[in-house]
Every structure is written in C-alpha cells, then in structure tokens.
Design a protein around this ligand. Structure first.
Ligand code: ADP
Ligand code: ASP
Ligand code: MG
Length: 587
C-alpha cells in the first residue's frame, strides 16, 4: 500500500461528467490499496474568467484582493470532487490551502511555498478518506491567514510540494494531453509523447513555453527526489516519467526557497573564436557549424548577436585541444565570405558557471554572479544563460579567482564538470516562445561591472532575463572600448524594464536603443547534446533550408535557442521539430 498524490488540471475537472470521471479514477486507485491525496485546479477557464471580472471592476486590482478572488476557483472544484467521491460511496474531505496550513511567502500572485504541515492530511487519510486539496493557494502566515496564490499554473507546484512534504510514493499529474510531448501539439500536431524526460530538460522546456508542467513543480521534484509522472485524464496510457534523483528528503521548512545555487563549475580548457561581419543571410550559420561538425569538432557555446547592418558577429567556444583544427575550418570560410569578415582567436579562456534548480524565475541570481565578478575586477567575455545555469567566459588567468569569488559569494562548493551524455538522443524536445521582446543597449563600457549594473537594475525591478548576448564588435567611444548588449524579456515586462534601466544607463553613460517585440524564440533541448558535435549545425540547417533567417543565437549545454521574426516562429518550430525527427515515435 502506498501514498499517491494525484493532480487534476482545469480541463480534467471542467464539467460535471469530467468531475465524475476523475472521481472514478480516484476510487480505482483507492481500490488498488493506496491512500490518495488529490490536488485540483479551478474548473476549465475559471481563473481567466475571474481575472476578467476583476479587471472589469478595477483595471489595476490590488494583489491581495486578486488572490482573495482567484483562490475561490479551486475552492469550488475541491468541494465538487469531494461530493462526486461521496456519491460513489468513497469517504472524502475537501480542504483549502488555509485549512491544510500551507505557508507561503507573502508575495501575492507569485508566492513560493515555505512549509506544508501534514498532520491534518494524515489524520483524514487514517480515517480512510480521500483528501482533496485546493491547488495554487496558501497563506502567508498562520496568524493573519492572508490568502496567497502561487502564480498561473501553480497547482502542479502545490501537488509536487504536497507529495514532497508527505514523502509520497508518487505524484501523478493528470492533464488533457497523453504526457509531455516533443513539442506543443497545438502548433505541431505530430508531436510525440516522451516516455521519460530529465528534470533539467523539463525545466528548460517548461520555461520555454511548454506549460504542461509548472517549472517550480519540476524544481521541487528535483530537489527532493519526488517521483512524478504526467498522464492523460482520459486514458490508461503510462504517460511521461520525470527522471528525478533517487534521494528522498522530506522538506521541513523553506520548501521552495532553500537552495538557490548548488555549486560552481569550471571548464578551464576553453578557447574562443570570434567572427565579425559575417554575412546576414539564411544558411550561413548552418554552413559554418556544419563544416565544424563534419570535422568532428564539438562546439560548446555559440552566440550570434544582432547588428544594424547586413552582417552579424558570431562567437563560439571549443576545447583548446581542438583549436588548431577549428581555425583551419574557419579560415576557409573567412576566405569564401570575402574581405570584411575578421576572425579573432583567444586560446586561453575558461568557463565558470553557477548551477542550481533554485534559480528558476529568480532574476537576482545571474545579476549577483555578474556583480561578484565585477567587484573582483574580472571582465566577462561571453554570457550564456539557461534556466538552471549561468555561465561566463573569462580569461584563463582569472579563472581560479572567479571560482573562488563565486563559491564564497553563494557559499557553495565547486562541482566537477558535467559528464558527457551516453547514448541519449541529443534532442528531446522543441519549444516556441513568442511572448518575448528583445532589448538592445548600445555602447556599454567593456569593463568589469557593466553587466552587473544592467542586470541588477532589472533584477531589482523583478524582470527575468532570458537570452543575454554581448556583441563581439568593439566600438571606441571617447577613447574607451564599448560593446552592445542584447537580451530578451517577457513582453509584459518591457515598460518596467525600460523604467528600471534609466538610472543604470545614465551611470554607464550609454545610449539606449531599441525594443523589438517582433521576434519569436525557437529552442531545442536535450541532455544528450552535451559534448556531441553537430547538434547546433542541424538546427541551423533546418532553419536555413526553410529560408528562415536567424537573428540571434544563444546556447547553453543542453539548449540551443534562435531568434527569428515573429511571423516565422511557428514554421521555425515545425521545421526544427522535423529536422531532429522528433515526429518519429521514440522507444
Ligand atoms: P492543466 O489544466 O491540466 O494544468 P495546461 O493547460 O496547464 O493543463 O497544460 C497542458 C497543455 O500544455 C496541453 O493541452 C498542451 O496544449 C500544452 N503544451 C505545450 N507544450 C507542451 C508539451 N511539450 N507537451 C505537452 N503539452 C504541451
Ligand atoms: N487555476 C490556476 C490557473 O489557472 C492554477 C492552475 O491551473 O494550475 O493558473
Ligand atoms: Mg497547468
């Protein structure tokens, strides 16, 4: 006999019939001898409707009253599910977040869970009841009972957190698709179900727009080793298993805020190749990285920044031992592309990274890293960001100091570099995010602390930054070197970001340029791409063959993202999905 937490999403409880079907499934699980805790979302589009109602009364409702309103959606569905269970003769009790005593931060609308007492839940289970708990909600203190919500899609997080707190044997997320798919089925109908996915892959995919599982739920599963599956509410198919660590720790406090960063990593074998004035046309990146892949050279970070004219800058890193061969390949292209293209090689570089699932959605972590390096006088050459890792390329001479500074400012150990993937498929899934806008800041002084100044200002305004790209090209202003910095943020954050940047840009004495919302970001994710040549080349080739121009490129170890124009976003996702044969079922 085990203890199972089952979560049912909005569509799964959208109608009376569906609630009855859910009740049947719960009763079957009980009949198999399990104790069952159920977490439910609000029915159908209730939360959207409540938001519309609030906006009709007040265009800018206060966050406290908003939470008071939104938490009612889940209160309706828990009572109905409990009633449906009772109708089947199954004893059940519904509990709100307040009744369970789920304590969160006081941050209305995006509160993180701190503590889940389990005594009441266990008492009810012991009496043979199914316990039906409202997802998405908690209280900020057991004294004031102020109601909080976790943020849209947050019932997944409630479910996995409750499973962690109870030390449950499993957490099953029931939804309206058969599991986690290779991409969004609404855009690519032949997306396939993944039998399994790692937490790192899922964190990237979820944050890139695969809203099937809330990233914070994945973070909790990873941190506490909760076994999670995502399955369809309508069928008995096995769904997708999230590969979580085998350790099982039961969190007692600071459930979602305990660990921001796990450790610091160093790769001191990096070399950088920087190309300026590369022609800006479809297929160019594919040509270059295709030739490198053919030569068996594994490219680590790739960055292509935007330029005003008809040329781009592309910088990438390889292992130092591959540098001579890389240069040979690159020179051949520089010859072909003609005169204005320049190539600059830095053999002695190192990549320092901070890693940890706790940095998801916390904009301050990257900024803290940049400022720790800035204060130590270490200049950042390239930046690569992913959901759970921020890497900075620095001069090899600064590597040891960089690692020391980061390890002491985050109070974390130095970790060994990640292992090369075995025989995993290099790409597990693809995602499209067309909710982003790109900001470009021109003429940022190329000196320690500049990036920190910009990204601390954004972090203070609670703006999460996604891709960050620093140009290779140096422009001399008043005798000092400057570079351009481009980054992407959520469209809704543009005004807040602009306001937050005013003092920072004045301090850096730089010219603020453009906001461009006509972009879409297409990404591929897979743990199997670590140290495997040719993955980026294949993505660029798929886009190039479809005549889609790549405006910006940024990579991390397990993700490659390309910005394209918004109108080409869906097509880009489709060709990339096909290019990696993700439409063929995997075993
Ligand atoms: P629930 O209400 O059950 O929480 P959501 O609407 O939050 O369900 O999430 C499920 C939806 O996520 C699916 O209906 C699907 O349209 C969308 N989706 C986007 N990307 C993916 C993906 N990679 N795999 C599965 N579903 C995805
Ligand atoms: N009802 C909430 C929402 O729509 C929480 C959830 O469904 O996960 O965002
Ligand atoms: Mg959801």
């Amino acid at each position: 006999m085990g203890l199972i937490v089952q979560k049912y999403g909005g569509t799964s409880v959208a109608t009376v019939e569906r609630i009855q079907a859910v009740a049947q499934r719960i009763v079957q699980t009980v009949a198999q001898g399990h104790q069952v805790v159920v977490v439910v979302s609000a029915m159908g589009h209730t939360t959207d409707e409540l938001i519309a109602l609030a906006k009709a009364v007040n265009p800018q409702p206060s966050p406290r009253e908003m939470d008071m309103l939104l938490s009612t959606g889940e209160q309706v569905s828990i009572a109905l599910v409990a009633m449906a269970l009772e109708a089947l003769g199954q004893p059940a009790i519904s509990l709100t977040g307040t009744q369970v005593g789920i304590i969160t931060e006081a941050d209305h609308g995006r509160a993180r869970i701190l503590h889940i007492p389990t005594d009441r839940i266990r008492q009810e289970l012991e009496q043979g009841k199914v316990v039906v708990i409202a997802g998405f909600q908690g209280i900020s203190s057991s004294r004031t009972l102020e109601i909080t919500t976790l943020g849209r899609g947050g019932s997944d997080t409630s479910a996995v957190a409750i499973a962690a707190a109870l030390g449950a044997d499993g957490c099953e997320i029931y939804t309206d698709v058969p599991g986690i798919l290779t991409t969004d089925p609404r855009i690519v109908p032949d997306a396939q179900v993944l039998p399994q996915v790692t937490c790192e892959e899922m964190l990237e995919l979820a944050s890139l727009g695969a809203k099937v599982l809330h990233p914070r739920a994945v973070e909790i599963a990873r941190n506490f080793g909760v076994p999670v599956v995502v399955r369809s509410s309508w069928t008995d198919e096995p769904g997708t298993r999230l590969i979580t660590p085998t350790w099982r720790t039961i969190p007692h406090r600071d459930l979602e805020v305990a660990r921001l960063v796990d450790g610091v990593e160093l790769d001191d074998q990096q070399a950088k190749v920087a190309l300026c004035n590369v022609p800006d046309r479809p297929g160019v990146a594919a040509q270059l990285f295709g030739a490198l892949a053919d030569a068996g050279i594994n490219v680590d970070l790739i960055i292509q920044s935007i330029q005003a004219g008809a040329t781009n800058d592309i910088a990438f890193t390889v292992q130092r031992s591959d540098l001579a061969q890389t240069e040979q390949v690159v020179r051949q292209f520089v010859g072909q592309w003609g005169d204005p293209v320049t190539c600059h090689v830095s053999a002695a570089m190192a990549k320092v990274s901070i890693v940890g699932a706790g940095m998801v959605g916390r904009p301050g972590v990257a900024a803290t890293m940049f400022s720790a390096l800035g204060e130590a006088g270490i200049n950042i050459d390239l930046i690569s960001t992913s959901e759970i890792k921020v890497s900075c390329l620095v001069d090899l001479a600064n590597a040891t100091q960089a690692v020391r500074v980061l390890s002491s400012s985050f109070k974390v150990p130095v970790l060994p570099p990640p292992e090369a993937a075995g025989e995993m498929t290099p790409v597990r899934g693809a995602a499209l995010d067309d909710q982003q806008a790109r900001l470009v800041i021109r003429h940022v002084p190329d000196r320690p602390g500049s990036a920190a100044c910009i990204f601390l200002a954004l972090a203070q305004a609670r703006v999460s930054v996604d891709m960050i790209i620093q140009s290779e090209r140096v422009t001399w202003i008043d005798g000092r070197p400057t570079k351009d910095i481009a980054f992407t943020i959520h469209q809704d954050d543009v005004e807040r970001a602009q306001a937050a940047l005013v003092p920072a840009l004045a301090k850096l004495n730089c010219e603020y340029l453009a906001v461009d919302a006509d972009i879409a970001k297409v990404s591929v994710v897979g743990s199997g791409m670590v140290r495997k040549p040719g993955v980026a080349a294949r993505m660029f080739a798929s886009l190039g063959q479809a005549g889609i121009n790549i405006q910006m490129i940024a990579t991390s170890e397990i993700k490659i993202s390309c910005l394209v124009s918004r109108s080409e976003g869906k097509k880009a996702l489709q060709v990339v999905h096909q290019g990696f044969a993700l439409d063929q079922a995997t075993g």
